[in-house]
Ligand binder design. Sequence first.
Ligand code: AP5
Ligand code: MG
Length: 191
Amino acid sequence: MLNVVIFGAPGSGKGTQSDLIVKKYGLVHLSTGDLLRAEIEKGTKTGKLANELISKGSFVPDDVIIEILNKNIDLYPTAKGFIFDGFPRTVVQSEALDSMLKKRNIKVNVMLNIDVKTDELVKRLLIRGKTSGRSDDNLETIQKRIRIYEEKTLPVMQFYDRQGKHNRIKGDGTMDEVFAEICTAIDKTKA
Ligand code: AP5
Ligand code: MG
């Protein structure tokens, strides 16, 4: 099993790189943002809550997101491994992921931290906002998402640092350049 945490600020390229990892390594991609947007589409109770919070750039409560992820892992009993995208986003979520995986006798093998400068993040998300239809791709919400990332999500980096799993990936290059660095980091853990 190969379990990857793909980590980075809003717009750093987590989703883009996850698609490439899926193609090359055949892992299951679990993006909590995508799962929440699917709940919004379906109009569920969680979707209604998520809709309100996402458009403000705020986080969905830890217990809600942990439950969603737990359920989704069980949908893929034969998976070769998972890419966790947008999760964990808080230290509480990092601890929850560890225990969720431990119960299944698996673990996070590698954490990829895609590092991109703030002005590039804003630029990318404003461009995407022209066509994405995402309620959080506007300047005010983008800035708030980045602020919350710095406050609540950056400590997750230290969590994986302490476990020796943190790999910094230079995220300002082209998609192919970023992917090449990611492959090197993944292959190193598999070796
Ligand atoms: P989520 O959907 O996870 O959004 P995010 O973290 O803000 O990140 P994005 O999806 O916007 O960016 P990305 O890093 O995937 O980059 P992408 O590849 O798209 O979460 C949304 C919300 O849901 C949260 O704010 C929160 O409210 C809630 N939520 C989700 N998970 C949660 C959790 N665990 N706990 C609590 N709440 C949670 O790329 C961005 C753009 O850049 C694209 O247009 C892409 O084409 C372009 N691009 C990518 N790579 C490059 C490159 N190398 N060069 C140039 N352009 C590039
Ligand atoms: Mg994404």
